[in-house]
Design a protein around this ligand. Structure first.
Ligand code: PRP
Ligand code: URA
Length: 206
C-alpha cells in the first residue's frame, strides 16, 4: 500500500530540490525539511499508551509512545533524511543498512548491516530518498524481516511507478509514504524527471 503525501509546501520544496542549480548545502537542508513533512504523515498511526505526569498544579493523564521506533537509513543517501525524522522522533533508535546499486546490473549489493538489539515491539521506518527499481528497498525489507523486524514502513522522497509495483508484488504488507510518484525510469534506471543522483547531490561527490 502506498500513500503520496499532498501538501503545498512539499510541492514547493520538491521543485527546488529537483532544480539542478540547487547547491549541496541547500539540497541537504531541503531533504531534511521534506523528510519532516512526509514523516509527519507516516507517523500518524503510531501507537500510544497512557502515562500520568504531574503538572505544576495537578495530575495529567497523557500519552507516550508505546513501542520502540527504529529508523533505518539505506546508506548512503538515506543518511540525508535522518536528521529530519529524528527531529520528530528524537527517542528513536537507528539501524543502518549499506546497499549500492551495481552500475552494470542495477541490482542491489549489500555491504553493511547494523540493527539495534533488544527492541520492544519495534516499528521500523526505512528511509531512502529515491525508490527507483525498488531493488534496494526490497533487499532491505528482506534483511529486516529475517531479523524479525516485521512492522515496517518506508519513507521515500521520490518514487517511480515501476518501483512501487515491484515492492508491492513481493511485500504487500508494507506501507510506503512518498513525496511524489514520478513518471518512469529511463534506460539507466534513473527516475524521470527525478532529481539525478541523490547521494552525489547530498554529499557533493560529483
Ligand atoms: C540510490 C538510492 C537508493 C537506490 C535506489 O542509491 O539512494 O538507495 O539508488 O535505486 P533502486 O530503487 O533501483 O534500488 P545508490 O545505489 O546510488 O547508492 P548511494 O546512496 O551510496 O549513492
Ligand atoms: N538513484 C538515484 O539517486 N537517483 C535515481 O534516479 C535512481 C537511483
Amino acid at each position: 500500500m502506498h500513500f503520496k503525501i499532498d501538501h503545498p509546501l512539499l510541492k514547493q520544496k520538491l521543485t527546488v530540490l529537483r532544480d539542478k542549480n540547487t547547491e549541496t548545502k541547500d539540497f541537504r537542508a531541503l531533504a531534511s525539511e521534506i523528510t519532516m513533512l512526509i514523516a509527519y504523515e507516516a507517523l500518524k498511526n503510531i501507537e500510544l499508551e497512557d502515562i500520568t505526569v504531574e503538572t505544576p498544579l495537578t495530575e495529567f493523564k497523557g500519552k507516550q509512545l508505546k513501542n520502540d521506533v527504529i529508523i533505518v537509513p539505506i546508506l548512503r543517501a538515506g543518511v540525508g533524511m535522518l536528521e529530519g525524522i529524528l527531529n520528530l522522533v528524537p527517542e528513536a533508535k537507528v539501524g543502518f543498512i549499506g546497499i549500492y546499486r551495481d552500475p552494470e546490473t542495477k541490482k542491489p549489493v549489500t555491504y553493511y548491516e547494523k540493527m539495534p538489539e533488544n527492541c520492544k515491539n519495534p516499528v521500523t521506518f526505512i528511509i531512502d530518498p529515491m525508490l527507483a527499481t525498488g531493488g534496494s528497498i526490497i533487499a532491505t525489507i528482506d534483511i529486516l524481516k529475517k531479523k524479525k523486524f516485521n512492522n515496517i514502513k518506508v519513507i521515500s522522497i521520490i518514487s517511480s511507478p515501476e518501483g512501487l509495483d515491484a515492492i508491492e508484488k513481493v511485500h504487500n504488507d508494507i506501507e510506503i509514504y512518498t513525496g511524489n510518484i514520478d513518471d518512469h525510469l529511463d534506460e539507466r534506471k534513473y527516475i524521470i524527471p527525478g532529481l539525478g543522483d541523490a547521494g552525489d547531490r547530498l554529499f557533493g561527490t560529483k
